[in-house]
Ligand binder design. Sequence first.
Ligand code: ADP
Ligand code: MG
Length: 256
Amino acid sequence: MTIQKYTASLPLLLKELALPTFGRLWDGLCRESDTHGWGSGRCLAALCEHEVAERSQRRMARYLREAQLPKGKSLATFDFGLLPSLNKTHIHALATGDIWLDKGANVLIFGPPGVGKTHLATAIGHGLVENGHRVLFSRTTDLVQKLQAAKRDLILPALLAKLDKYDCLILDDFGYVKKDQDETSVLFELISERAERKSILLTCNQAFSEWETIFVDKMMAAAAVDRLVYGAAIISINAESFRRKVSLGTPGQSCS
Ligand code: ADP
Ligand code: MG
């Protein structure tokens, strides 16, 4: 009886068990193990380690694809030197997702156009994915349109449940939503559904005091603010537009 007799079914069995890395490497590693006299336990452990490592890489690549984050906007490409009062350590800590995602807390980034809000939100999103979290980036108006369509088709609860798989929803340009009963009521439903369970990271040009221009009435605006600020990290960037500075050739600073 040869060794092949016992291993002939391995490729099929490993496929059935969904262990592709194991399937690719077992033959070579077993031979190496025989040559060096590693013993079967060490060989098995090495195969398992390769499988786990590649599985985690595949998962991260999948999470990165599904996150739909704008390209090239990472913490590595964010120049903190332009915003000296922005707490770099705090931003890096937020990008790990530790503590705040577990609590379903939120991050709210405010500032005028062009100061780096979208870049910062995207960079934090990248960090979250690299730390194994599921994220979805969307312009708020695009997501609101999908929610409205789902409401029309009577499948809003199903869409909200689908969005629940994301540990963090990044809602870019929150303030561009139209003050309209249909639009803001689905947005409010999303915020209420996730409150204190699943995180939202939003960017917004308008201060809370101007949110009555987003939500149809004062009560709804106040209730949305109340849910979003609970345990939230609020980052306000008060600086000159980066785009404007670049076009004038004078990068400058300031934020709080
Ligand atoms: P906002 O969302 O506030 O309107 P963006 O994030 O879109 O601003 O920034 C405008 C442009 O300037 C983007 O190309 C962004 O990558 C760049 N930018 C802004 N702030 C920084 C920064 N601190 N370091 C590097 N690039 C920046
Ligand atoms: Mg933006």
